[in-house]
Design a binder for this molecule. Structure first.
Ligand SMILES: Cc1ncc(COP(=O)(O)O)c(C=O)c1O
Length: 472
Protein backbone atom coordinates (compact mmCIF):
# COMPACT_ATOMS: atom_id res chain seq x y z
CA UNK A 1 0.00 0.00 0.00
CA UNK A 2 1.32 3.46 -0.89
CA UNK A 3 1.82 5.83 2.02
CA UNK A 4 0.05 9.19 1.93
CA UNK A 5 3.31 11.08 1.67
CA UNK A 6 4.86 9.01 -1.13
CA UNK A 7 5.38 11.16 -4.17
CA UNK A 8 6.01 14.85 -4.58
CA UNK A 9 8.72 16.61 -2.61
CA UNK A 10 6.27 19.48 -2.14
CA UNK A 11 4.03 17.05 -0.24
CA UNK A 12 6.93 16.15 2.03
CA UNK A 13 7.79 19.77 2.69
CA UNK A 14 4.16 20.43 3.55
CA UNK A 15 4.13 17.46 5.90
CA UNK A 16 7.21 18.79 7.70
CA UNK A 17 5.69 22.24 7.96
CA UNK A 18 2.56 20.72 9.47
CA UNK A 19 4.75 18.89 11.97
CA UNK A 20 6.37 22.17 13.00
CA UNK A 21 3.03 23.94 13.32
CA UNK A 22 0.95 21.26 15.04
CA UNK A 23 2.90 18.46 16.74
CA UNK A 24 4.12 19.02 20.32
CA UNK A 25 6.96 16.50 20.54
CA UNK A 26 8.05 14.85 23.79
CA UNK A 27 11.54 15.63 25.10
CA UNK A 28 12.14 18.10 22.27
CA UNK A 29 13.38 21.68 22.49
CA UNK A 30 10.61 23.71 20.86
CA UNK A 31 13.03 26.21 19.38
CA UNK A 32 15.04 23.41 17.75
CA UNK A 33 11.95 21.80 16.34
CA UNK A 34 10.68 25.07 14.89
CA UNK A 35 14.04 25.81 13.30
CA UNK A 36 14.92 22.33 12.09
CA UNK A 37 13.71 19.91 9.49
CA UNK A 38 12.08 16.93 11.18
CA UNK A 39 12.95 13.39 10.29
CA UNK A 40 9.61 11.85 9.39
CA UNK A 41 9.75 8.09 9.54
CA UNK A 42 7.80 6.26 6.89
CA UNK A 43 8.39 2.51 6.94
CA UNK A 44 10.58 -0.13 8.48
CA UNK A 45 11.69 -3.70 8.06
CA UNK A 46 14.01 -5.90 10.11
CA UNK A 47 16.51 -3.54 11.78
CA UNK A 48 16.14 -0.77 9.20
CA UNK A 49 13.88 2.24 9.11
CA UNK A 50 13.33 4.63 6.21
CA UNK A 51 12.17 8.23 6.31
CA UNK A 52 9.93 10.08 3.86
CA UNK A 53 13.01 11.49 2.12
CA UNK A 54 14.07 7.94 1.30
CA UNK A 55 17.02 7.80 3.73
CA UNK A 56 17.40 4.43 5.42
CA UNK A 57 18.87 4.08 8.92
CA UNK A 58 20.13 1.06 10.81
CA UNK A 59 18.24 1.17 14.10
CA UNK A 60 20.76 0.41 16.83
CA UNK A 61 18.28 1.38 19.52
CA UNK A 62 15.21 -0.69 18.54
CA UNK A 63 13.12 2.49 18.70
CA UNK A 64 13.21 3.28 22.41
CA UNK A 65 14.63 -0.08 23.59
CA UNK A 66 11.49 -1.85 22.44
CA UNK A 67 11.25 -3.26 18.91
CA UNK A 68 12.83 -6.50 20.05
CA UNK A 69 11.58 -8.81 17.27
CA UNK A 70 12.37 -6.21 14.61
CA UNK A 71 10.12 -4.27 12.27
CA UNK A 72 7.74 -5.61 9.67
CA UNK A 73 6.54 -8.72 11.48
CA UNK A 74 3.48 -9.66 9.48
CA UNK A 75 2.43 -12.13 12.16
CA UNK A 76 1.93 -9.39 14.75
CA UNK A 77 0.19 -7.05 12.30
CA UNK A 78 -2.17 -9.86 11.24
CA UNK A 79 -2.94 -10.78 14.85
CA UNK A 80 -3.76 -7.12 15.55
CA UNK A 81 -6.00 -6.91 12.47
CA UNK A 82 -7.78 -10.16 13.23
CA UNK A 83 -8.43 -9.28 16.89
CA UNK A 84 -9.57 -5.81 16.06
CA UNK A 85 -12.12 -7.24 13.61
CA UNK A 86 -13.35 -9.77 16.17
CA UNK A 87 -13.38 -7.63 19.33
CA UNK A 88 -11.35 -4.43 19.02
CA UNK A 89 -11.93 -3.30 22.56
CA UNK A 90 -13.68 -3.96 25.76
CA UNK A 91 -12.77 -3.00 29.31
CA UNK A 92 -11.85 -5.33 32.12
CA UNK A 93 -13.48 -3.46 35.02
CA UNK A 94 -15.88 -5.31 37.33
CA UNK A 95 -14.47 -8.70 36.41
CA UNK A 96 -15.32 -8.55 32.70
CA UNK A 97 -12.71 -10.32 30.65
CA UNK A 98 -11.57 -11.25 27.16
CA UNK A 99 -9.80 -14.29 25.76
CA UNK A 100 -6.52 -12.68 24.58
CA UNK A 101 -5.92 -11.04 27.97
CA UNK A 102 -6.70 -14.28 29.79
CA UNK A 103 -4.33 -16.24 27.57
CA UNK A 104 -1.62 -13.61 27.98
CA UNK A 105 -1.94 -13.53 31.77
CA UNK A 106 -1.59 -17.27 32.01
CA UNK A 107 1.41 -17.20 29.68
CA UNK A 108 3.17 -14.37 31.52
CA UNK A 109 2.88 -16.19 34.82
CA UNK A 110 4.35 -19.29 33.17
CA UNK A 111 7.33 -17.31 31.83
CA UNK A 112 7.89 -15.21 34.95
CA UNK A 113 10.16 -16.05 37.88
CA UNK A 114 8.53 -18.24 40.54
CA UNK A 115 6.15 -16.60 42.98
CA UNK A 116 4.25 -14.31 40.62
CA UNK A 117 0.51 -14.70 41.12
CA UNK A 118 -1.44 -12.25 38.96
CA UNK A 119 -1.04 -9.76 36.09
CA UNK A 120 -2.37 -6.19 36.04
CA UNK A 121 -2.44 -4.34 32.71
CA UNK A 122 -1.94 -0.77 31.54
CA UNK A 123 -0.51 0.87 28.44
CA UNK A 124 2.94 2.23 29.30
CA UNK A 125 6.00 1.80 31.44
CA UNK A 126 5.05 4.94 33.33
CA UNK A 127 1.62 3.64 34.26
CA UNK A 128 3.14 0.30 35.31
CA UNK A 129 5.33 2.25 37.75
CA UNK A 130 2.33 4.24 39.00
CA UNK A 131 0.42 1.02 39.50
CA UNK A 132 3.35 -0.39 41.49
CA UNK A 133 3.42 2.69 43.72
CA UNK A 134 -0.29 2.40 44.43
CA UNK A 135 -0.02 -1.34 45.01
CA UNK A 136 2.69 -0.76 47.63
CA UNK A 137 0.63 1.95 49.31
CA UNK A 138 -2.54 -0.11 49.27
CA UNK A 139 -0.68 -3.22 50.46
CA UNK A 140 0.57 -1.40 53.54
CA UNK A 141 -2.78 0.25 54.21
CA UNK A 142 -4.38 -3.20 54.07
CA UNK A 143 -1.75 -4.35 56.59
CA UNK A 144 -2.62 -1.49 58.93
CA UNK A 145 0.59 0.46 58.15
CA UNK A 146 -0.59 3.56 56.29
CA UNK A 147 2.62 5.48 57.10
CA UNK A 148 4.78 2.92 55.31
CA UNK A 149 4.77 4.59 51.88
CA UNK A 150 8.18 5.95 50.93
CA UNK A 151 9.84 4.35 47.96
CA UNK A 152 13.59 4.37 47.45
CA UNK A 153 14.84 4.65 43.90
CA UNK A 154 18.25 5.51 42.47
CA UNK A 155 19.79 8.72 41.20
CA UNK A 156 19.55 9.00 37.40
CA UNK A 157 17.15 6.06 37.14
CA UNK A 158 14.39 6.41 34.57
CA UNK A 159 11.03 4.98 35.58
CA UNK A 160 8.77 7.23 33.49
CA UNK A 161 7.31 10.70 33.45
CA UNK A 162 3.88 10.58 35.08
CA UNK A 163 3.69 12.33 38.44
CA UNK A 164 4.46 9.22 40.49
CA UNK A 165 6.81 7.44 38.07
CA UNK A 166 8.51 10.77 37.33
CA UNK A 167 9.12 11.10 41.07
CA UNK A 168 10.76 7.67 41.10
CA UNK A 169 12.90 8.71 38.16
CA UNK A 170 16.14 10.28 39.29
CA UNK A 171 16.78 12.25 36.13
CA UNK A 172 17.05 15.97 36.96
CA UNK A 173 15.44 17.10 33.69
CA UNK A 174 12.31 15.06 34.51
CA UNK A 175 12.04 16.90 37.86
CA UNK A 176 13.07 20.43 36.96
CA UNK A 177 10.22 22.72 35.91
CA UNK A 178 7.64 20.35 37.39
CA UNK A 179 8.34 20.68 41.09
CA UNK A 180 9.05 16.96 41.32
CA UNK A 181 9.79 14.59 42.93
CA UNK A 182 6.79 14.21 45.24
CA UNK A 183 7.84 13.57 48.80
CA UNK A 184 7.24 9.83 48.85
CA UNK A 185 10.31 9.28 46.65
CA UNK A 186 13.91 9.00 47.83
CA UNK A 187 17.05 8.38 45.80
CA UNK A 188 20.29 6.57 46.59
CA UNK A 189 23.45 6.25 44.45
CA UNK A 190 23.32 4.36 41.19
CA UNK A 191 25.80 1.49 40.80
CA UNK A 192 28.60 2.96 38.72
CA UNK A 193 31.55 0.62 38.57
CA UNK A 194 33.48 2.86 36.19
CA UNK A 195 33.45 6.06 38.22
CA UNK A 196 31.89 5.66 41.64
CA UNK A 197 33.48 2.38 42.78
CA UNK A 198 37.08 3.58 42.33
CA UNK A 199 36.16 7.00 43.73
CA UNK A 200 35.08 5.22 46.92
CA UNK A 201 38.26 3.11 46.88
CA UNK A 202 36.42 -0.18 46.54
CA UNK A 203 38.76 -3.07 45.84
CA UNK A 204 36.14 -5.38 44.41
CA UNK A 205 32.62 -5.29 43.00
CA UNK A 206 31.38 -7.28 45.97
CA UNK A 207 32.80 -4.67 48.33
CA UNK A 208 31.15 -1.92 46.25
CA UNK A 209 27.81 -3.78 46.36
CA UNK A 210 28.04 -4.05 50.13
CA UNK A 211 28.69 -0.33 50.34
CA UNK A 212 25.69 0.50 48.17
CA UNK A 213 23.48 -1.85 50.16
CA UNK A 214 24.66 -0.10 53.33
CA UNK A 215 23.66 3.24 51.84
CA UNK A 216 20.13 1.88 51.38
CA UNK A 217 20.09 0.51 54.91
CA UNK A 218 21.27 3.86 56.28
CA UNK A 219 18.49 5.59 54.39
CA UNK A 220 15.85 3.16 55.66
CA UNK A 221 17.07 3.71 59.22
CA UNK A 222 17.24 7.49 58.83
CA UNK A 223 13.72 7.67 57.39
CA UNK A 224 12.38 5.08 59.82
CA UNK A 225 11.65 1.54 58.62
CA UNK A 226 7.96 2.05 59.37
CA UNK A 227 7.83 4.70 56.64
CA UNK A 228 9.61 2.81 53.84
CA UNK A 229 7.46 0.63 51.60
CA UNK A 230 9.69 -0.27 48.68
CA UNK A 231 12.91 -0.15 46.75
CA UNK A 232 12.74 0.01 42.96
CA UNK A 233 15.47 -0.84 40.46
CA UNK A 234 15.99 -1.97 36.92
CA UNK A 235 18.09 -5.16 36.73
CA UNK A 236 20.43 -3.26 34.40
CA UNK A 237 19.98 0.49 34.57
CA UNK A 238 19.11 1.67 31.06
CA UNK A 239 18.63 5.39 30.56
CA UNK A 240 20.62 6.06 33.73
CA UNK A 241 23.79 5.03 31.89
CA UNK A 242 23.53 1.33 30.86
CA UNK A 243 24.88 0.17 34.21
CA UNK A 244 24.92 -3.56 34.91
CA UNK A 245 24.82 -4.35 38.63
CA UNK A 246 28.14 -5.04 40.32
CA UNK A 247 28.63 -8.57 41.58
CA UNK A 248 26.45 -9.40 44.58
CA UNK A 249 24.47 -6.13 44.31
CA UNK A 250 20.93 -7.46 44.44
CA UNK A 251 21.76 -10.20 46.94
CA UNK A 252 23.17 -7.59 49.32
CA UNK A 253 20.18 -5.30 48.82
CA UNK A 254 17.67 -8.13 49.15
CA UNK A 255 19.08 -8.95 52.59
CA UNK A 256 18.68 -5.32 53.71
CA UNK A 257 15.12 -5.06 52.39
CA UNK A 258 14.12 -8.30 54.09
CA UNK A 259 15.41 -6.97 57.41
CA UNK A 260 13.06 -3.99 57.28
CA UNK A 261 9.99 -5.48 55.60
CA UNK A 262 10.59 -3.47 52.42
CA UNK A 263 9.28 -4.83 49.09
CA UNK A 264 11.48 -5.01 45.99
CA UNK A 265 10.10 -3.77 42.66
CA UNK A 266 11.95 -4.82 39.51
CA UNK A 267 11.38 -2.36 36.69
CA UNK A 268 11.84 -4.69 33.73
CA UNK A 269 10.32 -2.30 31.21
CA UNK A 270 13.53 -2.57 29.16
CA UNK A 271 14.93 -5.88 30.34
CA UNK A 272 11.74 -7.98 30.32
CA UNK A 273 11.24 -10.53 27.53
CA UNK A 274 14.79 -11.29 26.62
CA UNK A 275 16.96 -8.20 26.26
CA UNK A 276 19.52 -9.63 28.68
CA UNK A 277 19.42 -13.15 27.22
CA UNK A 278 16.96 -14.42 29.85
CA UNK A 279 13.21 -13.90 29.91
CA UNK A 280 13.59 -11.58 32.88
CA UNK A 281 16.61 -9.80 34.30
CA UNK A 282 15.34 -10.60 37.81
CA UNK A 283 16.18 -14.23 37.12
CA UNK A 284 19.70 -13.44 35.95
CA UNK A 285 20.59 -11.42 39.01
CA UNK A 286 18.66 -13.37 41.67
CA UNK A 287 16.50 -10.38 42.56
CA UNK A 288 13.41 -12.24 43.80
CA UNK A 289 11.20 -9.17 43.34
CA UNK A 290 7.72 -8.70 44.78
CA UNK A 291 6.51 -6.82 41.70
CA UNK A 292 7.82 -6.99 38.13
CA UNK A 293 6.99 -4.13 35.77
CA UNK A 294 6.98 -4.74 32.03
CA UNK A 295 5.98 -2.85 28.88
CA UNK A 296 8.06 -2.15 25.74
CA UNK A 297 9.25 -5.66 24.75
CA UNK A 298 5.91 -7.21 25.71
CA UNK A 299 4.56 -6.24 22.29
CA UNK A 300 7.91 -5.19 20.77
CA UNK A 301 6.29 -1.75 20.59
CA UNK A 302 3.72 -2.76 17.96
CA UNK A 303 0.95 -1.61 20.32
CA UNK A 304 1.13 0.04 23.75
CA UNK A 305 0.79 -2.43 26.60
CA UNK A 306 2.20 -2.76 30.11
CA UNK A 307 1.90 -5.58 32.60
CA UNK A 308 2.61 -5.56 36.33
CA UNK A 309 3.30 -9.04 37.67
CA UNK A 310 2.20 -9.29 41.28
CA UNK A 311 4.08 -11.56 43.65
CA UNK A 312 2.75 -13.77 46.36
CA UNK A 313 3.39 -11.51 49.38
CA UNK A 314 1.41 -8.62 47.93
CA UNK A 315 -1.27 -10.70 46.25
CA UNK A 316 -2.10 -12.66 49.37
CA UNK A 317 -2.65 -9.42 51.34
CA UNK A 318 -4.96 -8.08 48.62
CA UNK A 319 -6.85 -11.36 48.52
CA UNK A 320 -7.32 -11.33 52.26
CA UNK A 321 -8.40 -7.66 52.28
CA UNK A 322 -10.92 -8.43 49.61
CA UNK A 323 -12.68 -10.79 52.00
CA UNK A 324 -13.48 -7.63 54.01
CA UNK A 325 -14.92 -5.99 50.91
CA UNK A 326 -11.88 -3.93 49.85
CA UNK A 327 -11.51 -3.20 46.16
CA UNK A 328 -8.23 -2.24 44.47
CA UNK A 329 -9.84 0.86 42.98
CA UNK A 330 -7.32 1.42 40.24
CA UNK A 331 -7.33 0.64 36.54
CA UNK A 332 -7.39 2.20 33.12
CA UNK A 333 -9.83 2.30 30.22
CA UNK A 334 -7.27 0.22 28.34
CA UNK A 335 -6.39 -2.26 31.11
CA UNK A 336 -6.65 -5.69 29.50
CA UNK A 337 -7.06 -4.32 25.98
CA UNK A 338 -7.81 -7.35 23.80
CA UNK A 339 -6.06 -6.10 20.65
CA UNK A 340 -2.90 -5.18 22.56
CA UNK A 341 -2.96 -8.58 24.25
CA UNK A 342 -3.25 -10.26 20.83
CA UNK A 343 -0.19 -8.30 19.70
CA UNK A 344 1.70 -9.47 22.79
CA UNK A 345 0.71 -13.11 22.18
CA UNK A 346 1.98 -12.95 18.58
CA UNK A 347 5.18 -11.26 19.77
CA UNK A 348 5.78 -13.95 22.39
CA UNK A 349 5.07 -16.62 19.75
CA UNK A 350 7.89 -15.18 17.65
CA UNK A 351 10.29 -14.94 20.59
CA UNK A 352 9.60 -18.56 21.52
CA UNK A 353 9.47 -20.09 18.04
CA UNK A 354 12.64 -18.38 16.84
CA UNK A 355 14.48 -18.92 20.12
CA UNK A 356 15.29 -15.21 20.24
CA UNK A 357 15.96 -15.04 23.97
CA UNK A 358 18.66 -17.71 23.61
CA UNK A 359 19.93 -15.90 20.55
CA UNK A 360 20.47 -12.75 22.63
CA UNK A 361 22.52 -14.80 25.09
CA UNK A 362 24.56 -16.25 22.22
CA UNK A 363 25.20 -13.02 20.36
CA UNK A 364 25.86 -10.88 23.46
CA UNK A 365 29.59 -11.73 23.66
CA UNK A 366 29.98 -11.03 19.92
CA UNK A 367 28.20 -7.70 20.38
CA UNK A 368 30.44 -6.72 23.29
CA UNK A 369 33.64 -7.83 21.52
CA UNK A 370 32.81 -6.03 18.26
CA UNK A 371 32.24 -2.74 20.03
CA UNK A 372 35.30 -3.12 22.24
CA UNK A 373 37.52 -4.02 19.29
CA UNK A 374 36.20 -1.16 17.17
CA UNK A 375 35.91 1.62 19.75
CA UNK A 376 38.36 1.03 22.60
CA UNK A 377 41.25 2.80 20.90
CA UNK A 378 39.32 5.98 20.14
CA UNK A 379 40.34 9.12 21.97
CA UNK A 380 36.90 9.99 23.37
CA UNK A 381 35.95 6.53 24.57
CA UNK A 382 36.21 6.11 28.35
CA UNK A 383 34.19 3.02 29.14
CA UNK A 384 32.29 0.36 27.21
CA UNK A 385 29.89 -1.75 29.26
CA UNK A 386 27.24 -4.20 28.24
CA UNK A 387 24.78 -6.86 29.32
CA UNK A 388 22.88 -8.94 26.79
CA UNK A 389 21.90 -6.66 23.93
CA UNK A 390 22.34 -3.45 25.91
CA UNK A 391 25.58 -1.56 25.54
CA UNK A 392 26.79 1.83 26.73
CA UNK A 393 29.76 3.82 25.50
CA UNK A 394 30.77 6.58 27.92
CA UNK A 395 32.63 9.44 26.29
CA UNK A 396 35.28 11.35 28.21
CA UNK A 397 37.53 14.36 27.67
CA UNK A 398 40.48 12.47 29.12
CA UNK A 399 40.78 8.70 29.37
CA UNK A 400 43.37 8.57 32.13
CA UNK A 401 41.60 10.93 34.52
CA UNK A 402 38.08 10.04 33.27
CA UNK A 403 37.41 13.78 33.13
CA UNK A 404 33.96 14.43 31.71
CA UNK A 405 33.16 17.02 29.08
CA UNK A 406 31.23 20.09 30.11
CA UNK A 407 27.51 19.20 29.79
CA UNK A 408 27.09 22.38 27.73
CA UNK A 409 29.10 20.75 24.93
CA UNK A 410 26.44 18.02 24.59
CA UNK A 411 29.06 15.61 23.30
CA UNK A 412 26.89 12.47 23.34
CA UNK A 413 24.08 14.35 21.61
CA UNK A 414 26.49 15.47 18.91
CA UNK A 415 27.77 11.92 18.45
CA UNK A 416 24.24 10.62 18.06
CA UNK A 417 23.54 13.29 15.41
CA UNK A 418 26.80 12.48 13.62
CA UNK A 419 25.82 8.79 13.69
CA UNK A 420 22.45 9.65 12.23
CA UNK A 421 24.16 11.48 9.38
CA UNK A 422 26.03 8.25 8.76
CA UNK A 423 22.80 6.23 8.70
CA UNK A 424 23.00 4.83 12.23
CA UNK A 425 20.48 5.38 15.04
CA UNK A 426 21.85 5.30 18.59
CA UNK A 427 20.70 7.10 21.74
CA UNK A 428 22.48 9.79 23.70
CA UNK A 429 21.53 9.33 27.35
CA UNK A 430 20.88 12.28 29.62
CA UNK A 431 23.29 13.18 32.44
CA UNK A 432 26.37 11.36 31.29
CA UNK A 433 27.98 11.46 27.89
CA UNK A 434 26.88 7.93 27.25
CA UNK A 435 25.70 6.48 23.96
CA UNK A 436 23.31 3.55 24.34
CA UNK A 437 22.76 0.70 21.93
CA UNK A 438 19.95 -1.85 22.16
CA UNK A 439 19.41 -3.37 18.72
CA UNK A 440 16.56 -5.74 17.84
CA UNK A 441 17.22 -9.38 18.80
CA UNK A 442 17.35 -10.37 15.12
CA UNK A 443 20.32 -8.11 14.40
CA UNK A 444 22.92 -9.86 12.26
CA UNK A 445 26.64 -9.85 12.96
CA UNK A 446 27.13 -7.78 9.81
CA UNK A 447 24.64 -5.21 11.12
CA UNK A 448 26.36 -5.16 14.50
CA UNK A 449 29.67 -4.54 12.76
CA UNK A 450 28.11 -1.73 10.72
CA UNK A 451 26.75 -0.17 13.92
CA UNK A 452 30.15 -0.36 15.61
CA UNK A 453 32.01 1.07 12.62
CA UNK A 454 29.39 3.81 12.06
CA UNK A 455 29.48 4.81 15.73
CA UNK A 456 33.29 4.86 15.68
CA UNK A 457 33.23 7.18 12.68
CA UNK A 458 30.67 9.41 14.36
CA UNK A 459 32.81 9.62 17.50
CA UNK A 460 35.79 10.59 15.34
CA UNK A 461 33.69 13.21 13.51
CA UNK A 462 32.88 14.84 16.85
CA UNK A 463 36.48 14.56 18.05
CA UNK A 464 37.54 16.53 14.97
CA UNK A 465 34.90 19.19 15.74
CA UNK A 466 35.94 19.39 19.39
CA UNK A 467 39.58 19.76 18.42
CA UNK A 468 38.73 22.53 15.98
CA UNK A 469 36.77 24.27 18.75
CA UNK A 470 39.73 23.97 21.13
CA UNK A 471 38.04 21.55 23.55
CA UNK A 472 40.55 18.76 23.02
C1 LIG B 1 13.05 1.22 32.88
C2 LIG B 1 11.93 2.06 32.35
N1 LIG B 1 10.82 2.18 33.09
C3 LIG B 1 9.78 2.92 32.67
C4 LIG B 1 9.83 3.59 31.46
C5 LIG B 1 8.67 4.43 31.04
O1 LIG B 1 8.01 3.83 29.99
P1 LIG B 1 6.98 4.67 29.09
O2 LIG B 1 7.79 5.61 28.28
O3 LIG B 1 6.31 3.60 28.27
O4 LIG B 1 6.03 5.35 29.99
C6 LIG B 1 10.97 3.48 30.67
C7 LIG B 1 11.04 4.17 29.37
O5 LIG B 1 12.06 4.23 28.73
C8 LIG B 1 12.05 2.70 31.13
O6 LIG B 1 13.18 2.60 30.41
Amino acid sequence: MESVFDGAAAGIDHLKEQDRSSFFHPFTAIKDQRAGSPIVMARASGCSITDVDGRTYLDGAAGLWCVNVGYGREEISSAIAAQSRELPYFHSFNGISNAPSIALSERLLRLAPAGMKRVFYGSSGSDANDTAVKMLWSYNICRGMPEKRKIISRAYAYHGVSVASGSLSGVPMVHQHFGLPLDFARHVSRPDVYRDAPARQCRSEVEYSALLAREIEDMILAEGPDTVAGFIAEPVMGTGGVLPPPEGYFQAIRAVLDRYDVRLVADEVITGFGRLGAWFGSQLYGMQPDLILTAKGLTSGYLPLSAVLVGDKIWSVFEEASADGRVFAHGFTYSGHPTCAAAAMANLDILEREGLVDRVAEIAPVFARLFRDTLSGLQLVGDIRSAGLMLGVELVADQASKAAFSPALKVAGRVSLAARRRGILVRALPNSDTIALSPPFIVSEAELAALAVGLGEAINDVAVELRAEGHL
